[in-house]
Design a protein around this ligand. Structure first.
Ligand SMILES: [Zn+2]
Length: 210
């Protein structure tokens, strides 16, 4: 396959992934954004700023270099593109990123309370509890660097008062991680109505997250 065909395949993957997360209510209306790294060029494919997911096509996808310059695309780049680029710069294991706005995750985001990985799938995906990045405007590279400090080697982080971000070694994995964070947030909230939830014992963590 030619590089152009490969690039088009990645654009299709991004559009399909965006439709999936929109379809399950993780990015209401035009909120959030998704990106993935082109392993051939090192460029980043990303959804545009404030664009309805139900109208998104491959023509709307932006291709950016690691500095954030537009290589391809006619739409306005996401204002959070520098955050995604900071992740690709610093995390070699990141092939895709989802910034979503799930409601139960946002509940913990407004409480500034880390989400316990109550479900075993969340622990495996995230590699621990989901920490909270203190509130700051999210339009800069520095926000990305500060967020990565908070994340450590985790694959997800809550943004205080503003959604969450998840990393994966594929877009499917980043979406899976996003869903598992929201499931643990929902479980955590519901369990707290009944008492103190039991955590997965620490002695199993190393075994589960490898
Ligand atoms: Zn946002």
């Amino acid at each position: 396959m030619s590089a152009a065909q490969d690039l088009n395949g990645l654009k299709q993957e991004l559009v399909a992934g965006a439709a999936q997360v929109a379809g399950i209510g993780l990015v209401p209306l035009t909120q959030g954004n998704l990106s993935l790294r082109d392993p051939q060029s090192g460029h980043v494919l990303m959804t545009p700023h404030d664009f309805p997911y139900d109208q998104l096509t491959t023509d709307d996808v932006l291709v950016l270099d690691l500095a954030g310059d537009v290589i391809e695309g006619r739409r306005e780049p996401s204002h959070e593109s520098q955050v995604h680029l900071a992740v690709y710069e610093r995390r070699a294991d990141a092939a895709a990123i989802v910034h979503a706005e799930p409601i139960y995750t946002n509940l913990f985001g407004v409480l500034h309370k880390a989400i316990a990985p109550l479900h075993v799938g969340t622990l495996i995906d995230v590699r621990g509890e989901v920490p909270v990045m203190p509130f700051a405007p999210s339009g800069s590279r520095q926000f990305g660097y500060d967020m990565l400090e908070v994340m450590g080697d985790r694959n997800a982080v809550v943004w205080a008062n503003h959604g969450m971000l998840a990393i994966g070694d594929s877009l499917a994995k980043a979406i899976h991680c996003t869903v598992m964070v929201e499931i643990s947030a929902q479980l955590y909230h519901m369990a707290l109505q009944h008492g103190e939830p039991h955590q997965i014992p620490q002695r199993y963590h190393g075994m589960l997250v490898g």
